[in-house]
Design a protein around this ligand. Sequence first.
Ligand SMILES: [Zn+2]
Ligand SMILES: [Zn+2]
Length: 461
Amino acid sequence: MEVAVDLHAHSVFAGGTQALAITPEKKSINQKKAISHLTKTNQTMPLKGIDLIGTGDCQFTLWTEILKEILSEDTDGIFFLQNKRQTRFLLQTEMIFTAKMGKYSKETHVIFLFPNFPLVEEFRALLDGWRVKHQKMARPFIPCQSSSQVAERIHSILDLNPWVEAIPSHIMTPQGVFGSGKGNIRVNHLVDFFDSVTSRLKIFETGLSADPEFLRLIPELDDKVLISNSDAHSSALHRMGREYTVLSTSRIAYKSIISALRNNHVLYTAEFPPEEGRFFLTGHRAGRKRPGFHGESDYCYFSPQHVPSNDVCPICNKSLTIGVFQRCVEISQAQEGKRELGDVISPRKFIRMVPLIDILSHVLEIKTKTAKSLVNKYRQIINIIGPERMLWQLTSEDVESMLNGHIEKPILKAILEVKAGDFTFKPYGFDGVYGTLVIGQRGNYKNVNVIHSSKPIQQTL
Ligand SMILES: [Zn+2]
Ligand SMILES: [Zn+2]
């Protein structure tokens, strides 16, 4: 059977959580928020057509208590919200590993999946032993002295049980293993960060700013399983299910899902457009304070072939934030140096899509994605077509014949244009800012060289 999964999400506790401990009232308000988040998630996932979602932050005590109280186990390792069986949940979290590399530390996020609550408790005991501050942060840091200590600790987590899984998340962003982070540390081979645990890591998350086409530039990932998840921090329609993975599996049970992932029974992934991702191109955004000052109209962004030498910003003369596109090209060259974007190397199917609510927001010119009028229009379309997943799975002809006469013409036109790939972003995503959607035209992200500065440019390119 086909099962759509989203194995990376967060609870409402993933932001700052220290306030929770201050007063009992605050604690109860946040508990209410957390339960409401779970209820909304439960209602939203069926609209998206996603069968199974990660709980996020499953080791964070306050959240674990809520999960234990309001979820009940269905089949092994798969949970439902009591009395409201709409969505299935699986115990999942994300940790931030840091390893000292020269003067700086490299940060890398890793998702963990657990088959049951007792193993989550055992995991928490490991964190206690390492003095990780997991009571204050739902997504805590695991500081390590070196890559060998990173490996030692991931080995310990995986050794808890053969069904615990570790998945490096959004691997190309500055917070992912291959992304350029603080001090522009470059990890060009997995072993440089994951050391001896590298061979146990089989599944990798593409992240919003990359997709299988970009990751196929990297030879080392050829035999890895690439999956996609939303990394949603809210239950809003434009965040949930903005990426997901469709697996072929015999049943929806924890072990079947893990086996399908490990054996690469991925039918396809649905991908957020990489060009929209917050770290797609290399650049510096307007108004940034550090490093270097940019006025409100000073920004620059570049595709790899146009990045100034030594990655120095022509406006503030500090190091640019290196984008995912540039990192893919650099790692490709470091590992083999022969691949070009668009080369067909053991391709597996994937769909590029734009969340339907974003298309509606664009056409109807309503910026607030949670606006009632947008959500109503969204539901009107879902009522005809079925869950949003079908919009991307069905052919354009089918979508057209189903929607024609039932929704406004400009909306149908925009949906069909997105399905045909006639959309771009102006600008593309860069330096922590999402790209801005434009429907009805195509762009060329391989040839971008934009510098906008209110003061004279000092550096010659
Ligand atoms: Zn992350
Ligand atoms: Zn700058």
